[in-house]
Design a protein around this ligand. Structure first.
Ligand code: MN
Length: 251
């Protein structure tokens, strides 16, 4: 038995023809007689990635820190995180690297062919190729993430002088019943769930994070709490001198 201390293995830069951006490699298992697998720990700076390349006997990647991206030729860009394992087939063209705003470290396990053949480097992964994975932002941690959940044109143009925001709690199973507001109401569910139905339209179930819009004067057939009750924020758009009013038509 032999223990190699972390400090014993120097980190070295990856040759420029293999990488876009900054990445370092540290040998975890020193290549030596009798060892058939090369094991490296590779750290990619944010947005750094390998060029397209292939390994004669394939490769296994095990993500140990951060968030990364991997792609095989002809496949989608996939986001990978700590604990994920990536299996790359023999001679399969592929690349691997960090996410745009987060570094990534993986262990790379590569069988060494007895015939002496070595990995082959191809073209760099262009910015266009790399950023075509940006639509999958939800899978990556970021300092700030903005996502449009509702972009609503009001049913009729109006003047808004004031917005009243209410936190409203509905008891489990309570059915709000048919009602009409004297102005537009927006809302977002905080906890629980409701069955929401504008008269004449299909009913939908709204849960935490879901948003809704009740047009001014529209007949809201249902806003009924389910078994777990519901708490939501309601934003009442009001004109000068107007107060939020709610009517409960008999039918
Ligand atoms: Mn590889």
């Amino acid at each position: 038995m032999h223990v190699s201390r972390q400090s014993a293995a120097p980190s070295t830069a990856i040759p420029a023809e293999w990488i876009t951006g900054d990445a370092t490699v540290k040998a975890v298992v020193a290549t030596q007689s009798g060892v058939q697998t090369q094991v490296d720990s590779v750290t990619f700076a944010p947005a750094a990635r390998t060029v397209w390349h292939r390994h004669p006997l394939g490769q296994i990647l095990f993500i140990t820190a951060g968030t990364g991206r991997v792609q095989r030729l002809g496949g989608p860009i996939e986001t990978v995180g700590v604990g994920d394992t990536v299996h790359i087939e023999p001679d399969e063209w592929h690349w691997h690297g960090a996410a745009p705003s987060v570094a990534m470290t993986h262990l790379a396990l590569e069988p060494i062919p007895v015939d002496g053949s070595t990995p082959e480097a191809g073209d760099p992964v262009t910015d266009h190729e790399y950023h075509s994975g940006d639509t999958d932002q939800s899978a990556e941690p970021a300092a700030v993430f903005r996502h449009v959940v509702l972009d609503q044109i009001l049913s009729s143009p109006r003047s808004t002088q004031r917005v009243e925001v209410r936190r409203i709690t509905i008891a489990p199973g309570f059915a709000g019943g048919l009602h009409v507001h004297n102005g537009p109401v927006f809302g977002s569910i905080e906890t629980g769930s409701v069955v929401y139905e504008i008269d004449g339209e299909p009913a939908t179930v709204l849960g935490p994070g879901d948003v809704f819009y009740e047009p001014e004067g529209a007949r809201i057939a249902r806003f009924d709490a389910q078994d777990n009750g519901a708490t939501f924020l309601g934003y009442f758009l009001l004109d000068t001198g107007q107060s939020p009013e709610i009517e409960f038509p008999a039918s």
